[in-house]
Design a protein. Sequence first.
Length: 422
Amino acid sequence: MWCSGVGAVETRDLSISVGGRAILSGLNLYIERNTVTVVTGPSGSGKTTLLKVLAGYIPNLYRLYSISGMVRVFGMQPLDALLSGLVAYIPQDTWSFFIGRSVCDELAILGMEEGYSSELCSRPIEVLSDGELYDMLIQLSLHLGARLILVDEPSTHLDCNKLEYVMERFRELADEGRLTVVVADHRYQSYAEYVDSVVEIGDSYGGDRSTRVERHKLYGRAALRVDDLWVRLGSRYIVEGLSLEAREGEAVALYGGNGAGKTTLLKVLAGFIKPDRGSIERSGDVFYIPQRPVYWFSTASVGDELKLYSRVYGRGLDAVNSAVELFNLSKVIDRDPYTLSVGEARRLSLALSYIASPKILLLDEPTLGLDRSSTEILYSYLDIARENGTCIVMATHSRWAVEQADRVVRLESSNGCSEQCR
């Protein structure tokens, strides 16, 4: 019997092992109904295993696994929920879930001949791509009326457009009170706007294999919106028809080679260059750090520059002291900013943005001139800024900097652009 007054998923002190090896230990988890939740963590942290437990496959099908603790799905044993038609599991290995030789055969088995094109229906299962099979399983699950869908690594199987379509559909059904979704994925950032919460599972420090569970803050509302942006330099368009949305707490990388228009686009976003066509909406103040920030300093010492910004932005000396410590500026505090190296000048500019605490931070080639220790300082600051809800857009051709972004927009020198899931 489906219990209507309980959550969708609940585990208490759940421990799972196979062959004497612990996979999850002491997991306590509660997921409300009609929500979209991502379970993330490193490879081997137990994401897929957890989904199979919630689906009732472990230990009922995979009998070598041992389980202790409590697991409930809609207040029921997972296997009972599965047999009641309440649960659907979308695996990474899609091939193993089909019985028929063609799509038509599969639909006939399920009594679902209608709703698919004749061209797709007649195709053999073995010629369908991994993404097509994955999408088909999701559509079948929705059609059969599952109330909990467990989805394993969708970002690996679906392209960006299909992934966004599926997650948007999940979001709509959850908002309508018709569906709960649990996604296991280590690359969820591109669709985080459709997710209610992120649960990170992984080993705690030490060798006791106890399982950490951390809930992450998700991105906030849109901080920067660009619609159909066109920018021309001379007779050549540098940016053609670009549309982009970046959210609070999100880092977006504009990635491309020399001449792709990265710096020009940042200056347009900052308001320094007027676009030929299109619109830009900003939710708050913007702080722009150019490739060579040394030319923007206006005082006689690093310390004076920091104090100036603390006065302008209404911050006290505590903010100055924190910036000096965070960006390792104590040894250059009395130096003239114009005598700083490229890397030191960049650390100072980052410190100034830290004091300003803008809604939108624009960075042009942020790793330029930074040694290893300074690069680590930059990455730490990006994490802090995101935690504080700052929207970050950085132009870069460095693949190392791209790794720090939540989303990547690739700009091509031929004026094209494409968005990549992360």
